[in-house]
Design a protein around this ligand. Structure first.
Ligand code: MLT
Length: 306
């Protein structure tokens, strides 16, 4: 009977699925790297979220490991090239949290447009600063989506529902799909020059790192706003801070940061910045979906090799 370790907090549905499929499962969360290293040799499969770091050292100790399943989209916490070299398959669940993450991006866009977090803090403090918070409407504004895949395309349809003009940059977006979605496919430079709101939905790769760097930010419209619920390294944080200070960029809503957990960041404390602690996938529905999907996928792989 194959044996799986669940080493991050997953919905209990995952355990139920492994057991129903005849797979022995242990749940041990919060392990230190040395503790994981000491026990990983006993397992055929490893189910994780983002806390467990699957490094070369862990993979070297994982003498029976055949598959690592990430309940979520990004596999940044797994050394994928080394896992592949060792014959360990790495899988993710690309669809389970797409709606939830897209909804978070839309929530962040509203928060930026109407300064909701700032107004909330001010009202709780008994200040009643009615004239301080003057927002902007979303209707009629141009929403620029960088990365129009599973999540970006949902943001696009929601943006259209809000009567925004949606433009998208994505080398993999076919003209037919763009027409189906109702978005205008554009080049990156065009998007940067035209968007009132730019929302990032691309993975972090060598090509996308710093896609919003100082030069790109300088070419954005004055008063534009940025939303990032994808990955921290996509924006040059120092350049963003300078553009917010000069007023060139009116605001930024960030769920992700260059360094996470982000306990300290140059953008913290700025009243034009809205922050959340990587909550993009944090709804009960999404966590149920990704747990269920990762357990099914790992089970299929271990039981049938598929
Ligand atoms: C993902 O990659 O699925 C999201 O960033 C959410 C997460 O890391 O929990």
């Amino acid at each position: 009977m194959p044996k799986v370790l669940v080493s991050d907090k997953l919905s209990p549905r995952a355990v139920e699925i492994f057991q129903a499929r005849g797979i022995e499962v242990d749940v041990k969360t919060g392990l230190k790297p040395d503790e994981l290293k000491a026990i990983i040799g006993a397992y055929d499969g490893l189910a994780i979220r983002s806390a467990t770091k699957v490094t070369q050292e862990i993979l070297d100790a994982a003498t029976n490991l055949k598959v690592v399943g990430r309940a979520g989209i990004g596999v940044d916490n797994v050394d994928v090239p080394y896992a592949s070299q060792k014959g360990v398959v790495v899988m993710n669940t690309p669809f389970g949290n797409a709606i939830t993450t897209a909804e978070h991006a839309i929530a962040m866009m509203f928060a930026l447009a109407r300064e909701i977090p700032q107004a909330n803090a001010s009202t709780h403090a008994g200040k009643w600063e009615k004239s301080k918070f003057m927002g902007v409407e979303l209707t009629g504004k141009t929403l620029g989506i960088i990365g129009c895949g599973n999540i970006g395309s949902i943001v696009a349809t929601r943006g259209l529902g809000l009567r925004m003009k949606v433009i998208a940059f994505d080398p993999f977006l076919t003209p037919e799909r763009a027409v189906d979605l109702g978005v205008e496919k554009v080049e990156l430079n065009d998007l940067i020059a035209r968007a009132d709101f730019v929302s990032l939905h691309t993975p972090l790769t060598d090509k996308t790192r710093g896609i919003l760097n100082a030069d790109a930010i300088a070419r954005m419209k004055k008063g534009a706003r940025i939303i990032n619920c994808a990955r921290g390294g996509l924006i040059d944080e120092a350049a963003l801070k300078a553009a917010l200070e000069s007023g060139h960029i009116a605001g930024a809503a960030l769920d992700v940061f260059e360094q996470e957990p982000a306990k300290d960041n140059p953008l913290f404390g700025m009243d034009t910045v809205v922050c959340t602690p990587h909550l993009g996938a944090s709804t009960s529905e999404a966590q149920e979906n990704v747990a269920l999907q990762v357990a099914e996928q790992i089970s299929d792989f271990l039981l049938t090799g598929a």
